[in-house]
Design a protein around this ligand. Structure first.
Ligand code: MSP
Length: 515
């Protein structure tokens, strides 16, 4: 069981086509999934779409479609996008699927029978964008939702309520005993703070909507006048996709669940979901990993509703999928916001990939071509090698520590320490002079560089899939080496090919190339 790993993205609303924000979370999970697989885990990667709620009905109306036609279309676009970005998800859950509805109704019945759901009246300020009531404290100084920048509606109606208050103290205790459950720490603190606020307010969670206001939802099994509130419906995707309650997937993977979200949906995941799990007698997830926002123009969170979202497909066509993946993973410090701009993208790719890594590879391969006639030299041990080995050992340990906690930016930085050292070794040892003064040392030196590069490329596999394949087909590097890497396992075919394409060319992004 410990060898299993479940990673989930939020299920995205289908009121918009996928934009950079959705793509980032999905790529982040894809990188982690790949990393876990390379580390010998049975990793299951779940993503999907959230198809119910007011927002979807409004979006369908705008296109003159029925909600079902509309969700079929946009869900298809999400699936296609993940295919075109070579995302290797194992399942794609849609909340309109029967398998999902069945589980939502099962859980609702269970909680109702248990007495954890009751009917009551409520008045509050509701943000349609967030699909939830916002407390006064959550509004900005203009009284608007801080994410959607619109005034929430005042809504008063009878609804079914889930006894959130009953489970808050239990959840609080669990958090106290598991300080690593929510990462990074600032979000752990935020959840603890929200628990205090909610306890003070003393309110439970409304989990239904009257059919007279909304029909596009999962019917409440014990009252046909209501449908299920979209968050109560959506959160259950994480177990409906695993065939809860009796499915093998649920038994095998749920105990190893890791959820990845951005901070916009911290409250539903950090409060509603765990209390729902507690009420349903289901084990809490292992971790909740929370990242920040990609900011667009004027440093505002990118989102379809604010019309400031980047269309990444155009960019990827220009710079390639691997470079795009690398940029997003390297640029955002886990937990913090990042600005997206073409100039940071261009600089990052040219600096890190073209100059530092690309030149290192190109120079080393060219020297092997020149000084050993393209034959991969034999490995020799020298003092230089030992210093490098120490740096590699240290960097790789750091890499793995950071990877396991989603700190991909820092993980990548650790690998670039090796790249910098290798570049420095070339500058200091000048193999072109060595070839004149001490030619017998050249092959061993070049082999040391090549092994260093291979370790770099093997570690970068979850980020640079295509480039790694290209590198291993040039060098004949045997690629089926898993994490943790053992440098003795590094083996090559004997000869470099006659020629090869440059792995990391410089990129130029002009206004004309990217719309
Ligand atoms: N349907 C809910 C989630 C239900 S999960 C049980 C939802 N959908 S959403 O389409 O709005 O997606 C929100 C998620 O998309 C964020 O949590 C994040 O993963 C991603 N992002 C959307 N915009 C983003 C940015 N500007 N920056 C980073 N990620 C963002 O909420």
């Amino acid at each position: 069981m410990k060898n299993n790993y479940l990673i989930t993205t939020p299920i995205y609303y289908v009121n918009a086509r996928p934009h950079l924000g959705h793509i980032y979370t999905t790529l982040l999970c894809d990188v982690m999934n790949e990393y876990q697989k390379l580390s010998g885990k049975n990793s299951f990667f779940l993503t999907g779409v959230d198809e119910h709620g007011d927002k979807i009905v409004k979006a369908a109306d705008l296109e003159n479609s029925t909600p079902q036609e509309y969700v079929n279309k946009i869900s298809g676009i999400f699936e296609e996008t993940w295919k075109s970005l070579k995302i290797s998800n194992d399942d794609f859950i849609r909340t309109t699927q029967e398998r999902h509805k069945k589980v939502v109704q099962h859980v609702l019945n269970k909680l109702y029978e248990k007495g954890d759901i009751y009917l009551s009246e409520y008045e509050g300020t509701y943000c349609l964008g967030c699909e939830r009531y916002l407390t006064e404290k959550e509004l900005n100084e203009d009284g608007n939702c801080p994410d959607h920048l619109v005034k929430p509606e005042i809504i008063k109606e009878s609804n079914y309520f889930f006894k959130l208050q009953k489970y808050l103290p239990i959840w609080e205790k669990i958090l106290e005993n598991n300080p690593d459950l929510v990462k990074p720490e600032q979000y752990f603190k935020e959840i603890s703070g929200t628990i205090q606020e909610l306890k003070k307010l003393g309110e439970d969670l409304s989990i239904s909507r009257p059919v007279k206001r909304l029909t596009w939802g999962i019917p409440i099994p014990f009252d046909k006048n209501y449908v299920t509130y979209v968050w109560f419906d959506a959160l259950l995707n994480y177990i409906s996709a695993l065939d809860f309650p009796d499915g093998e997937k649920f038994k095998n993977y749920w105990p190893q669940a890791r959820h990845v979200i951005a901070k916009d949906i911290l409250k539903p995941h950090g409060i509603y979901w765990p209390t729902m799990l507690l009420a349903a007698d289901i084990e809490i997830f292992q971790n909740l990993f929370v990242h920040g926002y990609w900011l667009g123009l004027n440093d505002v969170k990118m989102s379809k509703s604010l019309q400031n979202a980047v269309n990444p497909v155009d960019l990827i066509n220009v710079i390639g999928l691997d470079s795009f993946r690398y940029f997003l993973m390297r640029e955002m410090t886990f937990g913090s916001d990042s600005k997206f701009s073409e100039s940071t993208l261009e600089n990052r790719i040219n600096q890190d990939l073209a100059n530092n890594l690309g030149n290192l590879i190109q120079r080393t391969l060219s020297m092997i071509k020149k000084y050993t006639d393209g034959n991969i030299p034999e490995k020799v041990t020298n003092p230089e090698n030992e210093v490098l080995d120490e740096i590699i050992r240290f960097s790789v340990i750091r890499f793995n520590d950071f990877m396991n906690t989603f700190q991909f930016s820092k993980a990548l930085e650790s690998i670039f320490v090796i790249i910098d050292k290798l570049n420095k070794l070339i500058e200091e040892n000048k193999p072109w002079e060595m070839a004149k003064k001490n030619p017998s040392l050249v092959p061993g030196f070049l082999r040391m560089l090549l092994d260093g590069i291979s370790i770099v490329m093997l570690n970068l596999r979850p980020f640079l899939r295509v480039k790694f394949q290209q590198y291993s087909s040039i060098t004949g590097l045997h690629s089926e080496i898993n994490f943790p890497l053992n440098s003795n396992e590094i083996k090559y075919n004997v000869q470099l090919p006659e020629s090869w394409d440059i792995l990391f060319p410089r990129i130029i992004l002009t206004e004309n190339e990217v719309s």
